[in-house]
Ligand binder design. Structure first.
Ligand code: SAQ
Length: 373
């Protein structure tokens, strides 16, 4: 029996890769940006609007969904795709990262993590096995191993301990996954900012064997050059015929730099969160529409944009919606920002196919400073 989820590499340009992940629920063009749909919704967007921005896949958060409405309840209702009416691929995270960043009284043991809900303090346990079970109940297409992500910088001993625990959890995750054909399981490379630990983690994951490899333990507050150095060291250690997913990244500049260093998949709350806070992503860079200078500006955001929402509303109107905290403001800016992110990765895909990614990257960055914000 063959795995129903496959990755095909179609072009490379230096370390940058252009590919496609085929799944039973649809294809994912890579490099890909995955909008985050934390509670079974990409905030302020209908699912069909998320699709229209160009997204092939979105991310669901296991931690939030296991607390509310509960994995068994979502399964009884037909799984996450039916629940939120998103028929295309969904990647779910394992929940571990959010336990550490959101929950109370959490405790890490060899078995897994125990914690209390940030909502009502009720006790929960998340083990590699239970996380696989929850993600399977959600009927996720790409599921993540349970891992331990530690802050940067951390002591060498601490980085080593967490990396080795994550490797043991990777093995247990793979066993619990039991080679489901219609779902993919990704391992997560840990090891902090230490090249040897990272290499050991990658080698350990490869010997266990995964459908894809995530780079974890980054975008946790470290400087961009540290993230880029770790990526440059680790992507050559990963299989070329499997997708590489950089978790939690990032701003457009981070994404271009990570594609340049061999990353295929991204997720980040930033475009939608920034949209709800009145920040608009454009070719010219980020425009803070809360700023009073937009109060009388009749110009659209970007009259040359392929996105109608960048042409039909004046900056004055968007400023008004943001200042009055009108719901439409969050809706429009979420759509604008997700569309920009999808234009960015679509441009990267075309540039890699045309062996001109370096030029694309440079001219995109130049646009962020040149334009009149
Ligand atoms: O090692 C990781 N393991 C599993 N999930 C993650 C998610 C991650 N998200 C970020 N950064 C984006 C952030 C979102 C909220 C706070 S930081 N870095 C991340 C690292 C990991």
């Amino acid at each position: 029996m063959t795995k129903q989820i496959t990755f095909t590499l179609s072009a490379t340009d230096g370390m940058a890769r252009r590919g496609r992940i085929d799944t039973p629920r649809g294809d994912i063009q890579t490099p890909a940006f995955m909008p985050v749909g934390t509670l079974g919704t990409v905030k302020a967007m209908y699912p069909e609007e998320v699709r229209e921005t160009g997204a092939d896949i979105l991310l669901g958060n296991t931690y939030h969904l296991m607390l509310r409405p509960g994995a068994e309840r979502v399964a009884k209702l037909g799984g996450l795709h039916v629940f939120m009416d998103w028929p295309r691929p969904i990647l779910t995270d394992s929940g571990g990262f959010q336990v550490m960043s959101l929950s109370k009284l959490r405790k890490i043991t060899e078995k897994g993590v125990t914690f209390r809900s940030h909502l009502d303090g009720s006790p929960y346990e998340l083990s590699p096995e239970r996380s696989i079970e929850i993600q399977t109940l959600l009927d996720s297409d790409i599921i993540m191993q349970l891992d331990e992500c530690i802050p940067l910088p951390s002591e060498q001993k601490e980085m080593e301990r967490a990396m080795e625990l994550s490797l043991r959890w990777a093995d247990r995750s793979k066993t619990a996954f039991n080679n489901q054909l219609n779902r993919a399981l990704f391992g997560i490379v840990q090891g902090g900012d230490d090249a040897q630990l990272r290499a050991r983690s990658a080698a350990g994951l490869r010997s266990i064997g995964f459908d894809g490899y995530a780079v974890g333990g980054l975008a946790v507050g470290e400087p961009q050059e540290v993230m880029f150095r770790v990526l440059s060291e680790i992507t050559p250690e990963l299989p070329t015929d499997r997708p590489r997913y950089l978790m939690g990244v990032g701003k457009p500049d981070d994404i271009l730099g990570a594609i340049e260093r061999g990353i295929d998949m991204f997720d980040c709350v930033h475009p939608t969160r920034a949209g709800r806070h009145g920040h608009a992503y454009t070719r010219f860079g980020v425009i803070n529409l809360k700023n009073a200078r937009h109060k009388d500006d009749p110009r659209p955001l970007d009259e040359a944009s392929p996105n109608p929402n960048c042409r039909r509303f004046s900056r004055a109107y968007l400023h008004h919606l943001v200042k009055t905290e009108e719901i439409l403001g969050a809706m429009i800016l979420s759509q604008i920002n997700l569309s920009y992110y999808q234009e960015l990765v679509a441009g990267a895909r075309a540039a890699i196919e045309g062996a001109r990614f370096e030029d694309f990257s440079a001219s995109t960055r130049a646009g962020w400073t040149a334009g009149d914000l």
